[in-house]
Design a protein around this ligand. Structure first.
Ligand SMILES: C[S@@+](CC[C@H](N)C(=O)[O-])C[C@H]1O[C@@H](n2cnc3c(N)ncnc32)[C@H](O)[C@@H]1O
Length: 333
């Protein structure tokens, strides 16, 4: 049994990568399988091993050793997602490329599941063969917790905006907002620039980080109605004193900025991202971040993607939290 498992596991990482990878990985797949189109199901194509095997291989070394066999029954229970005491094919079958609970297509987080049980599996482009974190559902749920009354008030406003104001505002999903706060606070940002305010939802997430650091946000919005709504929201969240909302076309307005930028958040006209980058990159401080929203194949401007992925002065990763994708670019020191 152990031998069979070793053989099965040895082909996992390459196949796992091929299953959900971007075109260049597909190319490698075609080379390996001998199928000119790289079609799943064609001769030589191998299914990824089942979750059954992967969950048993706790240390991910390609073999099921005695200790792992001893813990097998506990490990198998991890796959019983509906908790009925038995494993159905849906629970143990090989993950579908790019599908729910699968390896993830480009930019797609894999193995996100209902109950957050088990170990995560890396999805989307980027991981080298063997870069497998595990199997099972990736995510655990978490919600923002207010540290104090000020934070509680801001979170309540964000919650209200999320529930009642979202329509037509194109604001970022809640977790993307939380991620913005996390990035802003982690780089100890004090000067943040946002292009595309809308009603101020992402701006308020940024302010959650800025208010305790004594920082400020400058945010740009071309639409007068949205700008007015954003001002009201900044006021009720109590962050209006740290926000400067510039109304007008950001392509012109950003050229008036002079101070070094710790974090630049782009979330306006997608075809404008390259122009914003060219105008503002010189102001982004070394060690600062450029965060771009809607970084997916349908929305992202390929010229912007090229600019942030081919410049050796920059380090870019694409992250997908459930929204439409985020590009996080570090301006290297
Ligand atoms: C996706 S929404 C921004 C959402 C906002 N960041 C949030 O998450 O709450 C994009 C906004 O950018 C604004 N916008 C588009 N082009 C612009 C430009 N050239 N200058 C300033 N704002 C612009 C739109 O009016 C719209 O409100």
């Amino acid at each position: 049994m152990a031998l069979a498992l070793v053989i099965g596991l040895s082909s996992w990482p390459a196949n796992a990568q091929e299953a959900g990878g971007p075109p260049d990985r597909g190319q490698r797949s075609r080379q390996r399988t001998g199928d000119p189109q790289g079609n799943p199901g064609a001769e030589g194509w191998r299914m990824p091993p089942s979750r059954l095997i992967a969950v048993l291989d706790a240390n991910d070394d390609g073999a099921i050793d005695a200790a792992e066999i001893a813990k097998a029954s506990t490990a198998l229970k991890e796959l019983d997602t509906d908790g009925d005491g038995k494993l159905t094919a849906d629970e143990y079958r090989p993950s579908q490329p790019g599908g729910p609970g699968g390896f993830g297509g480009p930019g797609r987080p894999a193995m996100s599941g209902p109950r957050g049980r088990g170990r995560g599996m890396r999805g989307g482009p980027g991981g080298p063969p063997g870069d497998r974190a595990g199997v099972g559902e990736l995510t655990f749920d978490s919600s923002p917790l207010a540290k104090d009354n000020a934070e509680k008030k801001i979170l309540a406003v964000l919650d209200d905006m999320n529930q009642n104001e979202r329509r037509g505002m194109m604001s970022v999903p809640r977790d993307d907002g939380r991620y913005l706060r996390l990035l802003t606070e982690s780089v100890a940002a004090r000067n943040v620039v946002e292009v595309g305010t809308s009603h101020g939802y992402s701006a308020i997430w940024l302010c959650l980080a800025l208010r305790t650091a004594g920082g400020k946000l400058t945010t740009f919005e071309i639409d007068a109605e949205r700008a007015a709504l954003a001002r009201r929201n900044f006021k009720r969240a109590g962050v209006d004193s740290i926000v400067t909302l510039v109304e007008g076309d950001a392509h012109q307005e950003v050229t008036k900025l002079k101070d070094p930028i710790d974090l630049l958040f782009l979330d306006a006209d997608k075809v404008g991202y390259l122009d914003y980058l060219e105008k503002l990159l010189p102001l982004v401080r070394p060690g600062g971040l450029i965060v771009a929203h809607n970084m997916n194949a349908h929305q992202a401007d390929p010229r912007y993607v090229k600019a942030i992925t081919t410049n050796p002065e920059l380090e870019t990763l694409f992250v997908k939290l459930g929204g439409s994708g985020i590009g996080v670019t570090l301006k290297k020191r």
